[in-house]
Ligand binder design. Structure first.
Ligand code: MNI
Length: 474
């Protein structure tokens, strides 16, 4: 099944395997993220959930095709506690300097659904291919408003593969004008930062909204790689972070590398972003993972599996090194996903979650939408992915967590207890491996909620010190 995408994937996969990926493997980077986001009780937050949802990209109201009943089912079936919720610039700022509070009301209603169920929310200012203004039909891009789309008469020809629109002259021009690579539109990045301030002003007081993902899969147009990432991309992030901090001092600010390359296992040249808040910086690194060899059509089997495993290892090294360079920041894998009808698909899902667990990363799967990539089919019936995602994980940890490992009926959590945390550690235990809850070795159970399947326990700091001494003596 060799289509254009397959040939492209094969060619790029070969180049990546020989070049950047090999380099990444020689210097594996830190073993795990040096920090995590924290909740109001001072507990480490990891975050397991979905991207919700791709359907909002083209919806006239900008909302996902997703109901509160859908969330109820998701929580019951998979125990998620986090969501990367897609919002769009076109809806936040429909006209220059005009912010649509009715749209933010609609977002706030959905945030309320999550908040009432103990979820935390990351708001993702989502774009793909710039925005709907790149083609007359309005059906090919999403995110940026039409008023901010300056293609200067450059053409955009129809493409069979959506990714190839990124290579069209008009799309490149729209991005070049936004990044002001052309020198003709310095106002656009200012508008973008001010749109973020409007969003943050609305959600600053909402404890459920813990993070803002500043731009989905940024693309530099005619500027690529470190020149883009360390140049206009870092500059936009700094302007947006400064604008957010004028109205919100506590939410985490999530930075993505350019998608082209990093998604596939190449390193990033992103620059550091300063946090104006009083106290520790609250910057996070939120990359995406999409190994090109998965596009070869053979799923996670044979040679494709070998190349994908190499890509995932390189991606992890690059991610850990970039998080360290940004200031030992938390890491959330903002997107990964695949067509789970492919051979070996669930083995790939396990590989990624096991990698994330060992690296203390949060994970939001792409995506919550029904279909062959998602957890449910068009009729709302659970698919194979539900079982793969319903795995034990730490929801909130009263201490500094370094890693965990999940077996179907055992969760091993490595952390240093922090007596200043004002609530117990909580872990999610799925019914499949923990039908009656669980027992805790090295801690004392506080509660077991058989509805949410959350076990709460405490570990005395002294117990931990004794355990560490015993380990040293062994
Ligand atoms: C050429 N460029 C710049 C490019 C190519 C491919 C992707 C991509 O597959 N992204 C993975 C998924 N992420 C989006 C949503 O954020 C989905 O539509 C993609 O499947 C991104 C950028």
């Amino acid at each position: 099944r060799f289509g254009a995408r397959t040939v492209l994937a094969a060619g790029l996969a070969a180049v990546l395997a020989v070049g950047g990926i090999a380099a990444a493997l020689r210097t594996p980077g830190p073993a795990h993220a040096a920090s995590t986001m924290t909740d109001a009780s001072g507990r480490a937050l990891v975050g397991h959930g979905f991207n919700t949802a791709s359907s909002s990209k083209s919806a006239p109201d900008g909302m996902p095709d997703f109901t509160e009943a859908d969330l109820e089912a998701e929580q019951a079936d998979t125990g998620t506690d986090f969501v990367r919720f897609l919002i769009s610039w076109r809806k936040v700022e429909p006209e220059p300097g005009v912010y649509d509070q009715g749209y933010l009301d609609d977002v706030a209603e959905r945030v309320g659904w999550y908040s009432e169920r103990g979820y935390h929310v990351m708001l993702d200012m989502h774009q793909d291919l710039w925005g709907s203004g790149i083609t007359p039909s309005g059906e090919n891009g999403n995110g940026a408003p039409v008023w901010a789309t300056y293609m200067d008469g450059y053409p955009v020809a129809d493409q069979d593969m959506w990714e190839l629109y990124y290579l069209q002259p008009g799309v490149i021009r729209a991005f070049d004008n936004f990044w002001n690579t052309t020198g003709e539109h310095p106002e656009l990045m200012e508008h973008y930062a001010n749109a973020w301030r409007a969003v943050a002003e609305r959600f600053a007081g909402d404890d459920a909204v813990v993070a803002y993902d500043l731009m989905n899969e940024p693309y530099g147009g005619s500027l690529q790689g470190p020149a883009f990432e360390a140049g206009p991309l870092t500059a936009l992030y700094q302007r947006s972070a400064d604008a957010i901090r004028e109205v919100d001092s506590d939410s985490w600010i999530c930075l993505e590398p350019q998608a082209l390359g990093f998604n596939w296992g190449l390193p990033s040249g992103l620059g550091r972003v300063d946090d104006a808040r009083d106290g520790d910086a609250r910057i996070a690194f939120c990359p995406h993972l999409y190994p090109l060899p998965m596009d070869l059509g053979d799923g996670f089997t044979g040679t494709s599996r070998d190349l994908v495993e190499t890509t995932v290892a390189a991606w992890r090294s690059n991610t850990m090194r970039t998080a360290q360079a940004l200031g030992d920041v938390p890491v959330i894998l903002g997107e990964f996903g695949l067509d789970t009808t492919l051979p070996g698909a669930l083995d790939y899902v396990d590989l990624v979650y096991d990698m994330a667990d060992a690296s203390a990363m949060g994970v939001t799967y792409w995506s919550r939408d029904p279909g062959s990539w998602g957890p449910y089919d068009a009729d709302g019936e659970p698919r194979n992915l539900v079982g793969a995602l319903d795995r034990p994980y730490p929801r909130a940890v009263a201490g500094a967590v370094s890693s965990w490992s999940a077996e179907p009926d055992e969760l091993t959590l490595a952390f240093v207890p922090d007596a200043s945390a004002t609530a117990p550690t909580e872990v999610y235990l799925p019914a499949s491996g923990f039908p009656d809850g669980g027992v805790v070795e090295g801690g004392d159970i506080v509660s077991w909620n058989s509805h949410t399947r959350v076990l709460a326990f405490t570990v005395e700091a002294q117990d931990a010190a004794d355990a560490a001494d015993a380990a040293d003596a062994a």
